[in-house]
Design a protein around this ligand. Structure first.
Ligand SMILES: *Cc1c(COP(=O)(O)O)cnc(C)c1O
Length: 387
């Protein structure tokens, strides 16, 4: 058969593989242990921390979608990261972007302070700072694109080429776009990771993570580490997330279509100062988004006119967007980074980083887009009336 389309791979993961009863949807294997066939004769699976058939099916589907050689399913996105950084030793440097996911930053920072590795933080779009950082030849270069909450992009191919010239591991956190919209392994990355908690599961009812490697042996090594340090994912979560994965391409199409309409609407409203959305010609990296991504995604952020009071009014008035952290579920969400995801940052540093008091972040869900627009409209009108 010719190479399967992503939608086929997503839908068919594990389908029609049950040899015992012919179940169309594969059963969940909840057993924590497996019998030996006989004395000194282990089977493929022996103990569920090390291996589990449900988890393997999910890993296989994700590896195929990313066009990688090996997949490892972990208990959370952060445990995927914990597993990947086992590749680092105390003399090694990890180079990370200054605006990576807050939980990733917190872990890197605290582990580096305890001497597990050296940490360098850089704005990867500042050419001079990046060149200076790369002269230290980091063992691992971490990329997260688009960034949260400002939707800044990093050129994966260009940075991977530079990092490869001295043999660094290139890791891409692909949570925001998923393999449907961006395939970093094809752009030169060695390792991709996901918080499956977000779009991949897509229903805000599972916390899980995944690692996919380009090289088979590197995947085997990380799989060994996941068992060694106990970061592997559960069978039930794998089942749930694979169920979500089946509709990922279809969901993303609608998420993106609605996000594009909402971005246009926000741009036109007088209560909105600026919209951060890579789909606009005016986005500084629109051309990169077109070449590197297969779509613009469904995350966006915008500055309201006014200050912190206006963000409070906006949140009080909005009905169909839940005020909550996380993203990528069927339901629309709004987050206020200044008091939520980035509350730990000092105000001046936060504002210098572009995260103003009135910046709002949206995860556009699958509700009727007309309803979402009319909800945003009434809430923005209230913001305008307050000025
Ligand atoms: C949520 C998230 C993580 C962490 O994943 P968990 O599943 O919450 O542990 C890592 N990176 C990005 C970009 C995320 O959005």
């Amino acid at each position: 058969m010719s190479k399967l389309g992503q939608q086929t791979i997503a839908v068919r993961g594990g389908i029609d593989t049950d040899t015992q009863h012919g179940a169309v949807v594969p059963p969940i294997y909840l057993s924590s242990n497996y019998t030996f066939k006989s004395y000194d004769q282990p089977r493929e699976y022996d103990y569920a921390r090390r291996g589990n058939p449900t988890r393997s099916q999910f890993a296989q589907a994700l590896a195929e979608l990313e066009e990688g050689a090996f997949g490892v399913i972990t208990s959370t996105g952060l445990s995927a990261i914990t597993t990947i950084i086992q590749l680092l030793s105390p003399q090694d440097t990890l180079l990370i972007p200054h605006d990576c996911y807050g939980g990733s930053y917190r872990m890197f920072d605290h582990l580096a302070r305890r001497g597990l590795f050296k940490l360098q933080v850089v704005d990867q779009n500042d050419e001079d700072a990046l060149s200076a950082a790369l002269t230290h030849q980091p063992k691992m270069v971490w990329i997260e694109t688009p960034s949260n909450p400002l939707l800044r992009l990093v050129d994966i191919k260009s940075l991977a080429t530079k990092a490869k010239s001295f043999g660094a591991y290139v890791v891409v956190d692909n949570t925001f776009l998923t393999p449907i919209l961006q395939q970093p392994l094809k752009l030169g990355a060695d390792i991709v990771l996901h918080s499956c908690t977000k779009y991949i599961n897509g229903h805000s009812d599972v916390v899980a993570g995944a690692i996919i490697t380009k090289d088979h042996q590197l995947g085997v090594d990380l799989d060994w580490w996941a068992n060694c340090i106990g970061t592997t994912g559960s069978a039930f979560d794998s089942y749930m997330a694979m169920r979500g994965l089946r509709t990922l391409p279809v969901r993303l199409r609608q998420h993106q279509e609605s996000a594009a309409k909402i971005a246009e609407f926000l741009q036109s409203h007088p209560a909105v100062e600026k919209v951060n959305y890579p789909g606009f010609d005016s986005h500084p990296q629109h051309a990169l988004a077109l070449s590197q991504q297969a779509g613009f995604g469904a995350m966006l952020s915008f500055d309201l006119v006014g200050d912190i009071e206006q963000s409070q009014i906006f949140v009080q008035e909005i009905k169909l967007f839940c005020l909550a952290e996380s993203l990528g579920g069927v339901e629309s969400l709004v987050a206020h980074p200044a008091t939520m995801t980035h509350a730990g940052m000092e105000e001046s540093a936060r504002i210098t980083a572009g995260i103003s008091n009135s910046l709002m972040r949206l995860s556009v869900g699958l509700e009727s887009v007309e309803d979402l627009v009319s909800d945003l409209s009434q809430s923005l009108d209230a913001v305008l009336a307050s000025i």
